[in-house]
Design a protein around this ligand. Structure first.
Ligand code: SPV
Ligand code: MG
Length: 431
């Protein structure tokens, strides 16, 4: 009997999968690989069904002889172990980002004479409905809120991109890149106070009120499924912060980060060029504790942001605050720096981790941007936020276009660098 292998990374078995299995069975005895959660979140969407349940679901399908766990997106391990005569897959992997997987399988099978079978991909109304239903479930507040904590357990570094609108949300949601056989996508979204304010043409001084910030979150939530980390600035008065926590939690936001400043807040990247006042440890701890006390689920995280390095108060002050904030209930620590070199961030992480092994550390490598995610991970960092790069790339592009239209008295000269009209009108899928 010939050996046939196919891999599933799905939460629901629909007609398309059954058709693929029927075809696969024509070639021999079918083994189905179920992609692990770790591999699935990296390349596909977050599973809405637990791993064990996904295994059992596949085991229960008639005609499936064996079920194995596939822990990597690429098939090296599973093909080495199984040596299948055939690998069967939907023909949707002939182009687009999945092509690299097919190329990898083709190379592996060529080593011993195995064959790829591409089955015409079933995409009918039922499949579309199932697909949509899963996406809708992922977007629901209850499911979305808990996902940041789950990702912290599944990903070495939770890669987070700044978003400030439905459109930027779609970019964070959908951008997936294959590079040297590895797939990557963003895990979470950061609703930056700087970029949310900038998009509204306002300064980043806690001027854009919460109602308006929530409106931004809502726009993003409508079109995405990834978890949201909200930049809560100083959190305002503790008496107000508790209401913010309740609202964010109810909306399905996963975390709020509040910074230990008081009075008129200015953006941290100004550093000591502008007057900024750091809160006292006691006062800020009381705010954290008030927020923790009011939240209703275990999912929601309050992350305390330390401004000691930004305000030149020194490493000892930063560390003393970090431990105090954790003791007050903070679910994570964000340490910020405006230095070009990552040295002070790494020194903080090493010192903090020598005492505290578990509390997640968040960093925002805007100025210390030469350091990679894996280097940060090696020093104990869990969440990396790319806090403003989308806004900073869009703004000069738009400004240049506006200037060139004025210069040439027509739009022809700018057209080559614009997204084609057809692409923009089809960018947004209709339900
Ligand atoms: C933001 O994105 O609004 C932040 C990060 O708070 S920073 O701008 O670096 O202070
Ligand atoms: Mg901010």
């Amino acid at each position: 009997m010939k050996k046939v292998y196919t891999c599933f990374c799905t939460d629901v078995i629909h007609e398309g999968h059954l058709n693929l299995l029927r075809e696969a069975a024509k070639y021999g005895e079918v083994t189905v690989g179920v992609l692990s959660d770790e591999a699935m979140v990296r390349f596909n969407r977050f599973p809405v069904v637990g791993f064990e349940e996904r295994l059992n679901m596949v085991r229960a399908i008639e005609g499936v002889k064996h079920v194995v766990v596939q822990t990597e997106i690429m098939y090296d391990g599973v093909i080495a172990a199984l040596k299948p005569d055939y690998v069967v897959h939907g023909d949707n992997w002939l182009s687009g980002p999945l092509r690299a997987i097919r190329d990898n399988v083709e190379k592996l099978l060529a080593q011993y004479g195995g064959t790829i079978v591409d089955i015409p991909y079933t995409y009918n109304e039922e499949v579309r409905r199932v697909d949509l239903r899963i996406r809708e479930r992922l977007a629901m507040p209850e499911l979305r809120r808990s996902r940041l904590k789950k990702l912290l357990a599944l990903r070495p570094v939770v890669k987070t991109l700044e978003v400030h609108s439905g459109l930027t949300g779609l970019i964070a949601e959908k951008t997936i890149v294959e590079h040297e056989g590895e797939y990557d996508q963003f895990d979470a979204m950061w609703v930056s106070s700087l970029c949310d304010s900038t998009a509204k043409g306002k300064p980043d001084i806690e001027l854009v009120d919460m109602t308006s910030r929530f409106r931004t979150i809502d726009d993003i939530m409508e079109v995405t499924t990834k978890p949201i980390i909200f930049d809560g600035d100083t959190g305002g008065l503790a008496e107000h912060f508790v209401y913010t926590v309740r609202s964010l939690e109810r909306m399905g936001v996963s975390a709020v980060i509040i910074e230990d400043k008081i009075g008129l807040k200015k953006n941290s990247l100004f550093g000591s060029e502008v007057e900024q006042t750091q809160d006292t440890v006691e006062h800020f701890c009381a705010k954290i504790a008030a927020g923790k006390k009011i939240q209703l689920t275990d999912d929601f995280m309050i992350i305390a942001r330390i401004e000691s390095l930004i305000l030149d108060r020194g490493m000892d002050d930063a560390l003393r605050r970090a431990h105090a904030y954790v003791a007050a209930g903070a679910d994570g620590i964000m340490i910020h720096s405006r230095k070009k070199s990552p040295d002070e961030i790494l020194a903080f992480c090493d010192a903090f981790r020598s005492v505290n092994k578990t509390t997640p550390i968040v960093v925002v490598p805007t100025s210390f941007n030469t350091i990679t995610e894996s280097e940060l991970h090696a020093h104990g960092v869990n969440i990396v936020i790319y806090a403003n790069q989308l806004t900073r790339s869009a703004f000069p592009a738009m400004q240049q276009t506006a200037s060139d239209i004025l210069r040439y008295h027509r739009a022809k000269e700018v057209d080559d660098r614009l997204m084609p009209i057809k692409d923009i009108i089809t960018l947004i899928e209709e339900l």
